[in-house]
Design a protein around this ligand. Structure first.
Ligand SMILES: Nc1ncnc2c1ncn2[C@@H]1O[C@H](COP(=O)(O)OP(=O)(O)OP(=O)(O)O)[C@@H](O)[C@H]1O
Ligand SMILES: [Mg+2]
Length: 294
């Protein structure tokens, strides 16, 4: 089930268009003919449990992996990973940090800039402004291996922004970060989206991350897209209110369009019950019968 919204560009010019994208690894179907569009300037979350196919998708979108079938278009043009122009259009933050630990923060950016044909004063200025944007100016001359987990992640992001991409792909930007650093990272990603006018496409298996950050969410499970829309649309489609009904050793959920309907049902029950607002976790549970992070 895909909301109509998920396959439109949300009222914006179309930045990314994906049709029938498919990839197998031997007998494993990692991504099964997925379709979606991302509008320019959107902050878009690709949400799914471990092994759902998120990294495989992002790797195909960024030219690291060849699809078995399907098509990717950027700004209407068919994606050819060998074309420099399209490489400049995108910035990539991989799931695992791939910094050179021996090199300083600034040197890591310098090497990336040279790979993109940048040099001289322009490159130095860009390194300065990206480090500043990521609050890493004080760590400019610190070897990357000596930065904290959150700083390393921000340095990888600063590096991806160096050549001023229009689209930033981030594979699990907050994995391994503590809750405080994760929230700071959310604020940083919002700033990138708003101040750098970057379309942001991120993958995550953290429900609250998708809910807190994304204009639109696409949910992937077992290689297939199972739902999409704004967090509000997805929750509305499940029912905005939920009762947790505690029965012996299990909790049953019942969903309702509004609070009065949920309260009416609650009054009929003679067991322990909690009323609360629906989350994206509930949406996932309702669609798949399992939790996203078991
Ligand atoms: N290089 C590979 N060789 C074989 N199988 C692979 C390879 N890469 C991914 N897979 C398989 O494809 C499926 C999707 O993997 P993928 O890494 O895309 O998932 P994911 O959603 O990114 O998961 P996670 O949240 O754990 O990062 C899994 O079943 C995985 O085992
Ligand atoms: Mg992954």
């Amino acid at each position: 089930m895909i909301c109509a919204e998920a396959i439109s560009c949300n009222g914006r010019p179309c930045e990314i268009e994906v049709q029938g994208l498919t990839r197998r690894f031997g007998k494993t179907l990692a991504v099964d003919s997925i379709d979606f569009r991302v509008g320019r300037g959107e902050l878009f979350a690709f949400l799914g449990p471990n092994g759902a196919g998120k990294t495989t998708t992002i790797n195909m979108l960024t030219g690291l992996l060849k699809p078995d079938a399907g098509e990717v278009r950027y700004q209407g043009e068919r994606f050819d990973p060998h074309r420099l122009a399209v490489k400049r259009l995108i910035g990539v933050v991989p799931q695992h940090n791939n910094l050179d630990r021996e090199l300083t923060a600034a040197e890591n950016l310098l090497i990336h800039g040279r790979l993109f044909g940048m040099s001289g004063k322009g490159l130095q200025q860009r390194i300065g402004s990206c480090l500043e944007f990521a609050d890493l100016t004080a760590k400019r001359d610190t070897p990357a291996g000596k930065l904290s987990g959150g700083m390393k992640r921000k340095l990888v992001i600063a590096r991806a922004l160096l050549h001023q991409p229009e689209i930033l792909f981030l594979d699990e930007p907050t994995v391994g970060l503590d809750p405080h650093s994760r929230r700071k990272m959310w604020a940083f990603l919002r700033r990138i989206n708003q101040q750098q006018q970057c379309t942001v496409f991120l993958t995550t298996h953290y429900i609250e991350e998708a809910e807190a950050l994304a204009d639109r969410v696409l949910i992937i499970d077992q290689a297939k897209i199972i739902a999409g829309g704004t967090p509000e649309q997805l929750k509305r489609s499940a029912g905005n209110y939920v009762l947790d009904i505690y029965r012996e050793d299990e909790v049953q959920n019942e969903f309702f369009a509004d609070r009065p309907a949920a309260l009416q049902r609650l009054e009929q029950l003679d067991t322990s019950v909690r009323i609360r607002e629906t989350t994206l976790e509930d949406v996932f549970l309702q669609l798949t019968g399992k939790r996203i992070a078991p």
